[in-house]
Design a protein. Structure first.
Length: 109
């Protein structure tokens, strides 16, 4: 059983990962924790730069979302799985993490 709220639990359910999500840590065998981090990216206009390209294609700002997740065993007090993902938004980062988790769980059977 896992204890976690938010995008990750929604993705676990949506992608049909064979885990049971609980709402209280006292019910959990494993605890899933995540560390989100957003960084802003600035890119200059067209390749080659210059004043004209800066006017035609001004700086574009983007955000990169990095999500680091780990699963800890409550009884053993050890990390049993960890992964990270960088993507253009939190939703896609959560999708990537859960996709990796599902793949790793299926390969241990």
């Amino acid at each position: 059983m896992f204890s976690r709220k938010g995008d990750l639990s929604a993705q676990i359910i949506q992608q049909k990962v064979p885990l049971q999500i609980v709402t209280g840590q006292n019910q959990a065998d494993y605890i899933l924790t995540g560390q989100p981090n957003a960084t802003a990216e600035t890119r200059k206009g067209a390749a080659g730069g210059g004043v004209l390209s800066g006017i035609v294609n001004p700086e574009r700002h983007g955000t990169q979302y990095n999500l680091s997740v780990k699963i800890e065993s409550v009884s053993l007090k050890v990390v049993v799985w960890a992964s990270n993902s960088g993507n253009q938004d939190v939703q896609h980062a959560a999708e990537d993490i859960v996709r990796k988790l599902k793949k790793d769980l299926s390969s241990t059977k």
